[in-house]
Design a protein around this ligand. Structure first.
Ligand SMILES: [Zn+2]
Length: 243
């Protein structure tokens, strides 16, 4: 190939995607004069969901810009909070992110998740159809063009994952309003209404009840909620709630 060389500098948070850019955060590559900058960045390893502003010789360009060689390209990280225009903020999580899915639902964030692997094409189609932000650690999935929007999940630890998603997207938090099992909305219920789904001890000890409008699962405030209360408290104290 007779391409000419371009010099690409990556934001520190993106270097993990580009082993050849270590340790300096820069990589050299050649351009064929036809490929877009978006394609070049992606082929170097960075999912486009993670690339923020692109600069060519200090000037902002669109991902469709076609480098001709000789340029210095700077790839910035996505800005936080990230705007996702055009639809209410809602998420779709891949099969590996079940704990994160339950925690987002606990906080009242609209979160679709299936515990069976639907496969990348079906997930991407679902993201597009429902206008959901696809969260995944699978770069191949995040590369799919059909996605409505996507974001790479950087950590394998659910606590850090939750922190990162809240920091990046700042979703409105409404704790205790969604079913952690199915994402359905909860409604208040009396003890009598949910009696058939409660064990004897629960029935005697607790008074605050809710039930899922989708799957009927019963909820109550009890001692076993301590860990969940801590998750909610921590999320709310971040100051990300606005409603
Ligand atoms: Zn439910």
């Amino acid at each position: 190939m007779n391409g000419r060389e371009i010099h690409v500098e990556f934001a520190p948070g993106l270097v993990l995607f580009v082993p050849r850019a270590r340790p300096t955060g820069t990589a050299r590559t050649t351009t064929d004069g036809v490929s877009t900058l978006g394609h070049v960045v992606e082929s170097l390893g960075v999912p486009l969901t993670e690339a923020g502003t692109l600069l060519v010789d200090g000037r902002e360009v669109a991902p469709g810009y076609v480098p001709t060689g000789g340029e210095t390209v700077s790839v910035r990280a996505v800005r936080h909070p990230q705007e996702v225009p055009g639809a209410p903020l809602r998420f779709l999580l891949d099969v590996h992110l079940g704990t994160l899915a339950r925690r987002l639902r606990l906080l009242g964030v609209d979160t679709a998740y299936e515990s069976t692997d639907l496969g990348d094409p079906a997930l991407a189609a679902l993201s597009a159809a429902d206008r959901r932000v696809m969260l995944s650690r699978d770069r191949g999935l995040l590369r799919r063009r059909e996605l409505w929007a996507g974001a790479y999940v950087y950590s394998t630890d659910p606590t850090e994952q939750l922190h990162d998603v809240l920091d990046r997207f700042r979703p409105t938090l409404r704790p205790w309003t969604r079913c952690t099992a199915c994402n359905g909305l909860l409604e208040e219920a009396t003890k009598e209404q949910v009696a058939d789904r409660l064990k004897g001890g629960t029935q005697r000890s607790y008074d605050v009840f809710a039930q899922c409008t989708s799957c009927g699962r019963a909820y109550w405030r009890g001692a076993h909620h301590e860990q969940l209360e801590a998750i909610v408290e921590r999320a709310m104290s971040r100051g990300t709630q606005d409603g």
